[in-house]
Design a protein around this ligand. Structure first.
Ligand SMILES: Nc1ncnc2c1ncn2[C@@H]1O[C@H](COP(=O)(O)OP(=O)(O)OP(=O)(O)O)[C@@H](O)[C@H]1O
Length: 320
């Protein structure tokens, strides 16, 4: 549904988006992650038709987003990282104003706005002035506003930024509902744990380039493959070390009392074989598990790699 090819954007001499490629399938929820200044907002604004690209292409449902920005605005809902609100409007009036932009007026607009306010849990605030809402409520209102024209694609730029955990949870719940409704969602965030619960896939952007892209499962698998296996031995530590030393896929061994940690370059089947071997050597162990990674590590590893590598290598690091 979304195809970004070779996207390029410069601000003066500074390259903010550097030949970025990205495909997002229908129904996918993509976590768009990257350090400050990586180019997330710029990319999202270009997709939403708010910033002009200097090169490349963006297609949304086959429509050229760089040329047909009016048409694109009908099929996407964009939630900016900073949004202006009309402070002297009541919540309901604010929603109806946005509905009217899309030609929805009268009782139809009222019904729709009430439904959306229910979705974002603001029903009891409909007569409040927008200015009287808390930050979390304003963010939820902004999200509701993005939905008035029932867009297929949602581009949400840090929808939960600056919110406390409870308010973040509120936003997450709404996004989960939208995911169930099969909306395609691109969501940027710095709160990575929140993305791993919501997203089906992750894209990490750094210095304007996509450095990691894949489904959450694929990335976790890849990440976990480089994580150590932790073994807790109840009886037979020395025997276990002797077995491990003779295994070609065991790359390093560190021991702390009855806990052994090994670097292991093998598949899940290889892990099973190793476990079988330890047990058949009469070693009593109570746990044997690959340390599991989290999305935070994906981010750290992906962006750290680019800091460590030289420019030439950066391009090779590409997508895992
Ligand atoms: N209008 C602008 N004029 C000049 N430079 C800009 C402009 N907008 C963004 N930039 C620069 O482009 C780079 C990318 O900014 P962008 O806002 O896209 O990053 P980001 O990944 O969204 O960052 P953050 O996570 O901090 O919001 C930054 O170095 C920023 O300073």
């Amino acid at each position: 549904m979304v195809e970004v090819e070779d996207l390029y954007k410069k601000y003066g001499e500074f390259t903010a988006v550097d030949h970025l490629n990205l495909t997002v399938a229908d129904g996918e929820v993509l976590g768009f992650v990257g350090p400050n200044g990586a180019g997330k907002t710029t990319t999202m604004k270009i997709m939403a038709g708010l910033v002009q690209a200097d090169g490349g292409s963006v297609k949304i449902s086959g429509i050229d987003a760089l040329k047909e920005s009016r048409m694109i605005k009908r099929i996407i809902g964009y939630m900016p990282d900073f949004f202006g609100v009309y402070d002297n409007l009541k919540v309901m009036e604010y929603m109806e104003f946005y509905a009217s932009i899309y030609g929805i007026t009268g009782s139809k607009a009222e019904k729709l706005c009430r439904k959306l306010m229910e979705l974002v849990d603001l029903t009891d605030k409909s007569e409040f002035l927008v200015d009287e809402l808390s930050r979390g409520m304003k963010q939820r209102l902004c999200l509701a506003r993005c939905l008035v024209h029932d867009p297929k694609l949602l581009i949400l730029d840090e929808p939960a930024s600056g919110l406390d955990p409870r308010a973040r949870h509120g936003i997450q719940k709404i996004i989960k509902r939208l995911k169930e409704e099969k909306k395609t969602i691109i969501i940027s965030s710095h709160i990575l744990q929140e993305l791993s619960e919501l997203c089906t896939s992750v894209g990490v952007i750094d210095h304007g380039k996509m450095v990691v892209r894949g489904t959450v499962d694929e990335i976790m698998l890849h990440l976990n493959a480089s994580n150590p296996i932790q073994i807790h031995i109840n009886d037979g530590v020395q025997k276990a070390i002797n077995v491990l030393k003779n295994e070609s896929k065991v790359k390093n061994i560190s021991i702390s009392d009855k806990d052994i940690s090994i670097g292991f370059l093998g598949s899940e089947d290889d892990e099973a074989e190793l476990l079988k071997k330890l047990i058949s050597n009469d070693i009593k162990l109570s746990s044997f598990a690959r340390q599991s990674g989290n999305i935070e590590e994906i981010f750290m590893k992906a962006t750290e790699k680019r800091e460590v590598l030289g420019d030439e290598d950066k391009d090779k690091s590409g997508i895992w």
